[in-house]
Ligand binder design. Sequence first.
Ligand SMILES: [Zn+2]
Ligand SMILES: [Zn+2]
Length: 288
Amino acid sequence: MQITFRGVRGSYPVAAPHSVRYGGNTPCIEVWAGETCLIIDAGTGIRPLGKKLIEQDQREIHLLISHTHWDHVQGFPHFDPQHNENAHIRIYSLTHPDRSLGEIFRTQQQAPFYPVSIDAVEAQIEFLELTDGQPFQIGGAQISCHRLNHPGVTGGYRIEYGGKVLSYISDVDLYGPILLGNGMENGSQEEQQTWHKYLQNSARDLAHRADLMICDTFFLPDEYQPDWGHSRPEDAVRLGAEAQVQSLALFHHEPHRSDEEMDAIQERYREEAPCDLFAAVEGMELSL
Ligand SMILES: [Zn+2]
Ligand SMILES: [Zn+2]
């Protein structure tokens, strides 16, 4: 598996001197499972990737969306393969209870917000709604998607290919006290306990013995807000230990975090992690 970080910043893109080294684009990961092109999330980092895929005349594109908060989908209108008449773009995400995935993407990409509607582009675009925990296959890759604790409907992904495992767990509050997802919030105390247990097991299943776990570490401990749905590096380190991962990439960096602060965070948590640990950098390429 070949992996390239195309966007590593959470919440909104930043173009400022403080973020030049780690990068300012919002989440997007390019993954090649052999000849199969998988993309995780469509943040602003997807724009240069689209240009590359056009140059390569890549026609089959599989886009795995964690959730439809803006920072994870706002790059899609600028994804040039939409204008390649030979391209077939399949967009996957967990089912929402109240509206279809196609409807959500069409709402983002239409007048007066954007001049070209999804229905007017040249590529064939297909929406595939996923069921929590149900495994599926794309090319030679075995994939599963599990619900995470984050506002709305959010899923993490586990991709297995060629005996290697990549886990993408963002956005999420891994061990927080408050349930945040649609349908989780208003149950009895017993139902809430069941949800907490279910969500923690899901995160462990996604990460189990992963060669690389990419994890939301938006907050530092003194910034933590339990109702936002994000984790701290210590949460990711704890999950990495419980799931026995090989390496951990800190991800979804806070927009105002400077390159120097990112260096210091990486240094600090490297000491306590039971696995390799690094802060994801835009443009970084890895091979599993
Ligand atoms: Zn996000
Ligand atoms: Zn989010």
